[in-house]
Design a binder for this molecule. Sequence first.
Ligand SMILES: [Ca+2]
Length: 118
Amino acid sequence: MAGGRRCFNKAMSDIFTDEEMAAGMDSAKAANSFNHKTFFAKVGLNSKSKEQLAKMFGILDLDKSGFIEVDELRRFLQNFKSGARDLNDREIKEFLKAGDTDGDGKIGVDEFRVLLET
Ligand SMILES: [Ca+2]
């Protein structure tokens, strides 16, 4: 792991081009503007391989618990751009509503895969 400070960004930039990440960030700039479908479309997620999507999950799962929890959803945008804003409670709630199909309050790897495909 080279230079801890930017390692999360570095990892996302292994998956997405600068243009893709910029387009995603652009779509979610204003408060309450984050929509996971729009964001995933902007970053070109449908052109990525299963391995890349699994890698993305691993990056979003900051504490490596195997789940993306509320705190990790809050910091979602910061994985794509350091210093990006937090998602707010309303955006997190919508994100969870879409992704957390078993209702345990977090998004597991299988739920994440379904979320990306729908
Ligand atoms: Ca986690």
